[in-house]
Design a protein around this ligand. Structure first.
Ligand code: ZN
Length: 181
């Protein structure tokens, strides 16, 4: 496995908007994205993560590995469905009115200490991108937990971290429109 250096929120790079990726994707970049997916997959293996001193993750965006470009990897299993993607130049086409948040709060490989509070996101999104895993354009309709993960990663491309979305004065402020996941 390629061992990535994960950049943290101490670095300016994590707070800046990333630039579009030139398509068609060059082979080197595609390999990087596949390596990111593999990194996530292995990070979810407890023994492997422990032995290699890496934190488990379900998403990894380019700025987190030091590249200020618009792509990210996702690897997660939710409700028996596997989401394995390397999205390049993603665009969120539509969102639900309904909001959702993770009851236990969000975490991020670039934020060493968890920041507690509700992060409200759209319950449902439709996202379009070039997918480096399947090597084709994809349009994904995501609901619930996967929708939250893809939005968290998308935010990285705009230099937004999850704690930027937590209400400063009242981190657990209730939103009656939102469902807990
Ligand atoms: Zn993150």
């Amino acid at each position: 496995m390629k061992k990535f250096k994960i950049h943290t929120d101490k670095e300016k790079l994590l707070h800046e908007k990333c630039r579009e990726v030139a398509l068609p994707l060059d082979e080197e970049k595609r390999q990087t994205i596949l390596d990111m997916v593999e990194y996530l997959k292995l990070s979810q293996d407890d023994e492997y993560a422990k032995a290699n001193k890496i934190r488990p993750g379900v998403g990894l965006a380019a700025p987190q590995i030091g590249v200020p470009e618009r792509f990210y990897a996702v690897y997660l299993v939710d409700k028996e469905k596997t989401y394995e993607y390397g999205l390049v130049n993603p665009k969120i086409l539509s969102t639900s009115v309904k909001k959702a948040y993770l009851e236990g709060g969000e975490g991020c490989l670039s934020v060493p200490e968890d920041v507690m509070g509700h992060v409200y996101r759209y319950f449902r999104i439709t996202i379009q991108a070039y997918d480096a895993v399947s090597q084709q354009n994809v349009t994904l309709k995501l609901v619930g937990y996967p929708a939250i993960v893809f939005q968290h990663e998308y935010d990285h491309l705009d230099g937004i971290l999850y704690y930027d979305r937590i209400n400063r004065d009242d981190p657990f402020k209730k939103d009656p429109e939102a469902v807990a996941i």
